[in-house]
Design a protein around this ligand. Structure first.
Ligand SMILES: C[S@@+](CC[C@H](N)C(=O)[O-])C[C@H]1O[C@@H](n2cnc3c(N)ncnc32)[C@H](O)[C@@H]1O
Length: 264
């Protein structure tokens, strides 16, 4: 997302639009108008956004209770409300959230207060090394590099080159056995509704990229999917009951995209 829209409350900002669609209160009139416009085009979007957020709870439980990770590092976290990761992790897990939007960081720190083991930093997810190399983060990790990274509902705002770069940086930084939970947004860019939504995001200077799964698989090399593989939101968190056939056509047969646990 562009720097200019972060603090400019006269222009809609995708992070705050997302918060509005989630039912949150950290947004401005201009964001609510943009969110209402999107809802008027695609009424199921708020449901999808909430389901995407709920998947984070599945991720938190799987990573910590089942797979034993003691630290989750989440990029482009948005606000830690409405069931974010730290509410579902095993006791004692360290959660490091981050976001580029300074308003979001400020609100988030306020929301978290002194919740133990949960941290929030300002960082750009396209350059993860900036967060990972911060002295405060190094101190929190205490040398632990067997961690779980999360990039959820953000790759749609990143170019191919940015995703490939992130994959390489995370892989090189982390120890063997690390994991990267990532969501690939997919849609049918030819669908008339999708076209209007993509146009809208382009107009506010925040282009959204739909890319096919085959391209995404290549971009995240050398990370490899675990045995569960790439799963649609339908498979991940039961989206099937909430979407009409037209909804599905709009966001592609898969139901909005794919989540995956990539492993090193
Ligand atoms: C769609 S929300 C996703 C929030 C959260 N990951 C989730 O799944 O609920 C997008 C968030 O990404 C943030 N964001 C956008 N571009 C970013 C970037 N380059 N680096 C870090 N955060 C970014 C926005 O500020 C916003 O809070």
């Amino acid at each position: 997302m562009s720097e200019k829209s972060l603090l400019d409350t006269t222009k809609p900002n995708p992070g705050r639009i997302y918060d509005y669609l989630l039912g949150g209160h950290h947004n401005f009139e201009v964001d609510r108008r943009a969110g209402d416009f999107i809802k008027s085009l695609a009424p199921f979007v708020p449901k999808m956004v909430r389901l995407t957020r709920w998947c984070l709870q599945d991720i938190a439980r799987t990573l910590t209770y089942e797979r034993g990770y003691r630290c989750i590092i989440d990029f482009a976290s948005g606000l830690p409300t409405m069931g974010h990761l730290h509410t579902a992790v095993a006791p004692g897990t360290v959660v490091i959230y981050s976001d580029r939007d300074p308003i979001c960081v400020e609100y988030s720190r306020e929301i978290l207060g002194d919740t133990p083991n949960v941290y929030y930093f300002q960082a750009d997810c396209r350059r993860p090394e900036e967060l990972l190399n911060r002295p405060e983060v190094e101190a929190i990790l205490g040398g632990n590099r067997r961690v779980a990274f999360v990039y959820w509902a953000i790759t749609g705002f990143m170019t191919d080159e940015e995703i490939a770069n992130v994959a390489r940086v995370l892989y090189d930084w982390s120890d063997e056995g690390s994991c990267w939970a990532v969501f690939l947004m997919e849609g049918n860019p030819e669908h008339p509704t999708a076209k209007r939504i993509l146009d809208f995001y382009r107009q506010i200077g925040e282009p959204v990229y739909y890319r096919p799964l085959a391209v995404f698989r290549e971009l995240v090399q050398p990370w490899q999917p675990d045995e569960l593989g790439f799963r649609t939101l339908e498979e991940w968190h039961g989206l099937q009951d909430t979407m009409t056939e037209d909804d599905k056509q709009f966001i592609a047969a898969g139901g909005g995209g794919y989540g995956v646990y990539l492993v090193k």
